[in-house]
Every structure is written in structure tokens, then in C-alpha cells.
Design a binder for this molecule. Structure first.
Ligand SMILES: [Zn+2]
Length: 152
């Protein structure tokens, strides 16, 4: 890990403690799923088909996610940057609003009114953070289902 990544982990576990602890618990529940490290964050490809999310320094991607899908990885990483910035306010400013925004009633309402998912500030901001901070990793899925970084 680079010095920047060590700082990222320390910052998530102090200023972003509540959501990072929650993310660690979810990580342990999905312990057996494929994982990889990404710029200090811990990514899990979980079996929940309906979606992906980010909790503190932990990212959870839906099972259809492929190592080439940088857009989703960057978006979810963008939420972890929000955790770094907001710390204890993260749950109220990002966590609850974006959770409600992803629920079926909100999804139906967006479809009816042709409103994009990114219309909510939490999502637009995550996209912007992702574009700014998420580097494109060279990842591949190995034959045993694990995700690994390509050797440099
Ligand atoms: Zn999002």
C-alpha cells in the first residue's frame, strides 16, 4: 500500500468510523465472495443482484460486475470519498438519502417521470469524485473466480 492508501484507511477508520465499521461487518458476512483492494478501499463482489453500494471504506458490487466496468467501480469509490469528507455526517447526508433513492418506489417514480438516477446530489457527487479520484486498475477474473490485478 502507498502512503496515500494508508492515510485513506486510517481516515476511514477514524473520521469515517461508524460507516466503516458497518462496512466491515457486511464484508465479514460476505467473507467467502471475491474481494480485492482498490486504492485503499476493500471491494467485494457480492451475490446481491439488485445492486451495488459503498459503506465507509468498503465497496460492494453486484455479481454481474466485470473487471472492465470502471464506471461502476469509480462511482462507488466516489461514495467512499464522500465518507472521507463528511465523516460522522455521512449517514445523514449520503447514506439515508441514497438508500431511499435506490428503493423500488423511488425507482418507479424516476421511471415514470424519466428522471435519471444521477439526478440526486449524492449520486452526481459520487460520479464527480469517481472521475477525479478513481484510477483505472488493470483487473482480471481468474479461473477460480477471484479478481486480481494484472501483473505490471
Ligand atoms: Zn451511488
Amino acid at each position: 500500500m502507498s502512503a496515500k492508501q494508508v492515510l485513506y484507511v486510517m481516515w476511514q477508520w477514524t473520521w469515517g468510523f461508524a460507516q466503516t465499521l458497518a462496512g466491515a461487518v457486511i464484508f465479514l458476512i460476505f467473507w467467502r465472495c471475491p474481494h480485492f483492494r482498490y486504492q485503499g478501499a476493500v471491494v467485494t463482489v457480492w451475490p446481491i443482484k439488485s445492486g451495488s453500494m459503498s459503506v465507509g471504506g468498503f465497496l460492494f458490487l453486484h455479481p454481474g460486475w466485470q473487471p472492465g466496468n470502471q464506471k461502476l467501480l469509480a462511482h462507488e469509490y466516489g461514495h467512499t470519498v464522500q465518507s472521507l469528507i463528511l465523516g460522522p455526517l455521512y449517514l445523514f447526508v449520503i447514506g439515508i438519502p441514497s438508500f431511499l433513492w435506490a428503493l423500488p418506489p423511488a425507482t418507479r417514480w424516476r421511471a415514470r417521470h424519466k428522471i435519471p438516477y444521477s439526478a440526486l446530489y449524492t449520486e452526481r457527487w459520487a460520479d464527480r469524485n469517481g472521475a477525479r479520484f478513481a484510477k483505472k486498475p488493470k483487473l482480471r477474473r481468474t479461473s477460480d473466480g477471484k479478481i486480481r490485478r494484472e501483473p505490471a
